[in-house]
Design a protein around this ligand. Structure first.
Ligand code: AMP
Length: 188
């Protein structure tokens, strides 16, 4: 049973690695960013509400995210385990997740903190903007997303380190090297 949270700044490679690992473990990769981008593309009520926040690089309000996570973790496929990518994003979401997992009699094995220097992150996100045309990968929005990460998400490093489930991984290596480290980690 594998239950992991991927933590790290935007552009650290969380999504790519979380997807690979979820495939290996045959468990769902649950990315709130992907869910919101799909909702936005489909023009659902959730997508319409989330759009302006996402385009500005702000977090969407917690009330748009919390029920969504509760429902997703209660889906049958998540019984086998899960990898959360992009959630929790602030202390309130982390407290909510703690309570939800307690309610479900589940726990989280590890929180993987992907570490990458700011200059590298900016370069990677600008590259992604050229490739994928994401509205939130312009230079201004990128620097705002990093600021939001530092202010709201980075405190979760201490939050999970205090609970002794945090593992930091150097994300500034080749894709394969990072994957190898992560596989070793979950084999423990
Ligand atoms: P990501 O792909 O995880 O970087 O997410 C892209 C955007 O979706 C973020 O900049 C936020 O606007 C929004 N988002 C994703 N996950 C969350 C979350 N857990 N809480 C609030 N906003 C989120």
């Amino acid at each position: 049973m594998t239950r992991l949270i991927f933590l790290g700044p935007p552009g650290a490679g969380k999504g790519t690695q979380a997807k690979i690992l979820a495939d290996v473990c045959e468990i769902p990769h649950i990315s709130t960013g992907d869910i919101l981008r799909n909702a936005k593309a489909e023009g659902t009520p959730l997508g319409l509400k989330a759009k302006s926040y996402m385009d500005r690089g702000e977090l969407v309000p917690d009330d748009l995210i919390l029920d969504l996570i509760r429902e997703r973790l209660n889906q049958p496929d998540a019984k086998a385990g899960w990898i959360l990518d992009g959630f929790p994003r602030n202390v309130n979401q982390a407290n909510f997740l703690d309570n939800l997992l307690r309610e479900m009699s589940q726990g989280c094995d590890r929180v993987v903190n992907m570490e990458v220097a700011d200059e590298v992150l900016v370069e990677r996100m600008l590259g992604r903007a050229r490739k994928e045309g994401r509205a939130d990968d312009t230079p201004e929005v990128i620097s705002h997303r990093l600021e939001v990460y530092r202010q709201q998400t980075a405190p979760l490093i201490d939050y999970y380190s205090d609970r002794q489930i945090l593992v930091s991984v150097d994300g500034d290596r080749s894709l394969n090297e990072v994957t190898t480290t992560l596989k070793e980690l979950i084999a423990l």
